[in-house]
Design a protein around this ligand. Structure first.
Ligand SMILES: *Cc1c(COP(=O)(O)O)cnc(C)c1O
Length: 401
């Protein structure tokens, strides 16, 4: 066979993506991840130092000296790679230590590590639910949840975003053995929180389990940063939390499911991404342990993040921007049009600010935006500079007066 006709097909598909203004160019970063980074964009242009408003580096720990030191220590003491899945010969003492520490941090009974939270969500549903069971999923749940659900034979009920009466309707009219409600804790594209107190109340009423993907919350939401279940004071009512080490918790790689001990025990026996994919590298495990120590010792970072985020949201609102409502460090500036979002982002870059445009397929068509994310690693002076850039570019595009 020849690649000829297939090549024409894929070339055309890519051309269409470009025509629709949906093509994504990667910015090349030539420094560690931080609130100030050196970037080349386009890739063949010279390096430029800019303020970073779009990393998931919520707590400013991605390049924290103590975290890097712990990673070095992990390399020195436990080597580079595990060359095994966990159940064959890939479990070190530190893997169990991290699982136990995550359980304590999140207030859960036990935990299981994965290579990523994408894998954790790929494992969760298929392992715990069968055709007789039902999954109740928020319409805006993360892509990895949607894919995880696809792998599972359970009945699917998708409720309108944070619409508790729709969820109740679906719970009431379902006929299932076990029910599981799954929601993002913080919705990554809109920056709003799930109504977890109401979700838990409905779960109690209709005998359902509650699972939360707290990837955009673990480490900083709630008064000691445990997550959305702490924020709503329902820590004992949540059965399962999936989360990532790839965002606030140092930002390297790795995921985790924490929850009821029978569920974790079963996942360790049956979860395919656990049984058939490599164990986390020791350096990541060491560094993640250190991150949990830092967060347990003081709430200073999450407190600063909360304060900077509130101010950023208030300042953009006062400047006249149209924001998605919320109270998290994710602050989306709505522009609606994908091409405007792209141009806006390019102009911000010229002004020394990295804030990327989001458009279809990561958000619905006609809902393009610039998603800004605050980090405890930023300071007010940098945010004032960023605000000035937003105002200048906003006026240029007629987005604000
Ligand atoms: C980022 C994210 C993931 C994926 O996490 P990785 O560890 O990077 O695979 C899963 N769920 C949600 C809600 C996320 O935001």
């Amino acid at each position: 066979m020849s690649y000829k006709s297939a090549k024409a097909f894929y070339t055309q598909t890519i051309a269409t993506i470009k025509e629709e203004g949906l093509y994504k160019d990667e910015r090349i970063i030539c420094s560690p991840q931080s609130s100030k980074i050196r970037v080349k964009f386009p890739a063949n242009s010279p390096e430029k130092e800019i303020i970073n408003l779009c990393a998931n580096n919520y707590l400013g720990l991605s390049s924290h000296p103590d975290v890097m030191k712990a990673a070095h220590e992990g390399l020195d003491k436990r080597g580079f790679g595990m060359s095994s899945v966990r159940f064959i010969c890939g479990t070190q003492d530190i893997h169990r230590e991290l699982e136990n520490k995550m359980s304590t941090f999140l207030g859960m009974e036990d935990s299981i590590l994965f290579s990523s939270c994408f894998d954790a969500n790929g494992a969760l549903f298929e392992t715990l639910l069968g055709a007789e069971d039902g999954i109740f999923s928020d319409k805006l749940d993360h892509a990895s949840i949607i894919d995880g659900v696809r792998l599972c034979k359970a009945q699917r009920f998708v409720f309108e975003h944070s619409d508790m009466s729709d969820l109740e309707e679906k719970l009431k009219n379902s006929n299932c053995r076990n029910r599981l409600i799954i929601t993002d804790g913080v919705f990554s594209m809109d920056g709003d929180m799930a109504k977890l107190d109401e979700v838990c109340a409905l779960a109690e009423k209709y005998d359902a389990m509650v699972a939360v993907d707290d990837s955009h919350a673990t480490g900083f939401i709630g008064k000691t940063g445990r997550g959305v279940h702490e924020h709503f004071n329902v820590m004992s009512k949540v059965d399962i939390i999936t989360t990532t080490f790839g965002k606030a918790l140092g930002g390297a790689t790795g995921g985790c499911i924490s929850g009821r001990k029978e569920l974790i025990e079963l996942l360790k026996q049956r979860a395919r991404p656990y049984l058939f994919s490599n164990a986390l590298m020791p350096a990541v495990v060491y560094a993640s342990l250190r991150v949990l120590d830092i967060l347990t010792a003081s709430t200073e970072r999450r407190d600063r993040l909360e304060q900077l985020s509130k101010r950023w949201r208030a300042d953009l609102t006062a400047a006249g921007f149209d924001l998605k409502p919320g109270n998290t460090p994710i602050v989306p500036v709505m522009l609606y049009d994908a091409k405007v979002a792209q141009a806006f982002s390019r102009d911000l870059y010229e002004e020394g600010v990295l804030a990327v445009g989001f458009f279809y397929p990561v958000v619905p068509k006609g809902q393009a935006r610039i998603r800004t994310q605050i980090s405890a690693g930023l300071n007010q002076e940098q945010l004032d500079q960023a605000l000035a850039a937003f105002i200048k570019v906003g006026r240029k595009h007629g987005v604000i007066k």
